[in-house]
Structure formats: structure tokens, C-alpha cells
Design a protein around this ligand. Sequence first.
Ligand code: PLP
Ligand code: COI
Length: 360
Amino acid sequence: MSVRTRPHPEQQAENNVTKADLDWANLDFGYHQTDYNIRYTWRNGAWDAGVLTRDESIPLHIAATCLHYGQECFEGLKAFETRRGDVVAFRPDENAKRLIRSCKKILMEPVPEPLFMAAMERVVNANRHYVPPYGTGASLYIRPLVIGTGPQVGVKPATEYMFVILVTPVGPYFKTGFKPVDLVVEEEVDRAAPLGVGDVKVGGNYAAGIRATMAAKQRGFTEVLYLDAREKKYLDESGPANFFGVTQDGQYVTPASPSILPSITNKSLLTLAEEMGMRPVQRPVAVDEIFEFAEAGCCGTAAVITPVGSITFRDRKVVYSKDGRAGRLTTELYQRLRAIQLGDAPDKYGWVYKIPPPKE
Ligand code: PLP
Ligand code: COI
């Protein structure tokens, strides 16, 4: 990787940016080292000024609440380079708000939205040459997280917190990219309970689902589709993404459930589906409805839209894609979303946030 010597990241002007030497078009969804992460500490009732660091490790007290009682939550969003060379993030204010909800739900110190936005701008600017070039299909994944760092042995909230953002250039979450994947309906494992924490982005939800995902992969599926934990009758979501179906008459249908993560991508697709005349609806979706859909997809920041080629439920399999291609409406939704994210279509809804380059 060729990275030339640069001035301090917070003084570096936009036109000083030389792209890192990476195989952008073939990046996987993995951790690729960048130059800086940023971290803030909450202590004695206030967040500090934050520091950009090259250190990829975090020193932790052995009794930190994140280690014992799962006081951890995170976010995921992406920055893109547009055709004009701007660096933009997609709906970061929504991630800031969701992080606040996650923090509050597990009694952690919330990160104020202005602090979230400032931190994101600082860390993206410090790693600007890792923002994948326009047209490569890759993006800079931004991963904010909050952890309880103060020590406790009894089950109670920490008295100190850390807010960290790491960034890493990524390719598609599912290695096939925009190609149909095979899901299996999961009946043995619940990801989240109706009155639990499934509606916020806490690490424990992913720990709960990891064995289901790995077992599904071993059986040749790409991912699982969870059912509601109470009745085992309605669709919840997939492991890393929300789910939607398209009915035979072109309606966009996506599950409403108290135990799924309110996806910012799905919220955006509900708007785009409305524009396309797809009469979008968010409602409980009985698992049997999968056999009626004409198309289906997973949606999320990492997954973008990943078309679903088939779903297996017990001994039945419904196939949406026989030719290895996504359905027409799924494809159009994907193209509309990507065009907005990359600045190729007008940003009618104010979703695209330009990250101003650092001042000289
Ligand atoms: N559901 C789960 C469990 C997720 O981890 C994600 C990813 O963030 C999503 C849904 C999609 O949410 P978003 O579109 O806000 O990234
Ligand atoms: C995201 O889409 O940003 C997520 O956090 C999902 C994660 C499983 C990669």
C-alpha cells in the first residue's frame, strides 16, 4: 500500500488527497486498516474533545461493563465519493439518532447528535484517501460504537464510556454483490424477544444470532430469516438486514415487528417505493406469504439491497430467481437508491450529507 507522508490529518486540504493503493473493485466486507480512528471519553459528566489516533487497540479495565454485561452498541453507515469528487455520507443524522436510542435502551451515556456528526467528519477527513474512488462499487464503511468502560461487578451501568469511530473501505457484504442469495427460515433460534433489545443496535443481538448464521452457511444457505419469537408465525428480519417482499401486483411489503432493527435503508426504500407507485406497506407479514411474493430482498447499509433468489421453509422452497438475476422492481429500487447515494440522481429528500474537506 503506498501512502505518502501527509500533514496532520486535521490540516490536510482536499486537493492533497492521493488515493490509497488498494484493489478497490475487489474489496470484501472486512477490516482493512486505515490511518486513524477517533475516540472520545465520557467521564465526570462530560464528553472530552476526542482524539484521532493510529492505535488500533483500546486499553480496558478488566471490570469494564462492556466486557461483562454487554454495555455496547454500534452503528453502520457509509461514505461515498461522488462523480464530482465530493465525499458524502448517507443519512448520518439517522444513525446519530438511532445510536442515541440504543444507548438509552441499555442505560449508556448517549452521544449527542452534534458530537456524532463532528466525530464522523473528523475521522472521515483524516482517512480521506481511503474513500473508494467513484465508480469502483466500494465505499468507506463507518462504524461508530459506544462501550461502557467504567468498572462494575454488580449489574449496573458504567460510570465511564467511550465513543469510538473506526472506518474501513469495503466491498459488498454478501460476496456475490447484487446477485440473488438463498435464505432459510430459522425456527430453532430467536435473535430477539418482543420486549427485548431487537429494535436497537446492541452487540448482544448479533451474538444471539451468530450460531444460526453459521449453521445456515454450513447447510449451503447465505443467511437466515428470523421469525417473531412469540408466535413463530411472522417474519422478522435477516441476520444483518431487514427483509422485503414484492407482491405479484407490485406492492412493496416489509415486516412491522417490535423486535427488528428499524433500518435506515428500508425507511429510504419505503419512500422510493412510494415514488415508483409500489404502494409500500409495513405490517406483520405471515411466513406463508413468502410463497406468494414475486420478488424479495434484504436491505441494509452493508447489504444495500441484496436480492433474494430463494427461501427455504421446512421442506418447501420458493424460488424468486431462476436465471440468477434480480427481479425488475428490486433492481429498480437498487438503482434508484445507489444513484442518490452516489450523487448521480437529485437528492430530493436531503439524504446526502456532504462532508466538508478540512480547512487549510
Ligand atoms: N437489521 C439488522 C439486524 C442490521 O444489523 C442492519 C444493519 O445495520 C439492518 C437491519 C439495516 O439497517 P440500516 O439500513 O440502518 O443499515
Ligand atoms: C450494517 O449494515 O451497517 C450493519 O451493521 C450490519 C452488520 C451485520 C454488518
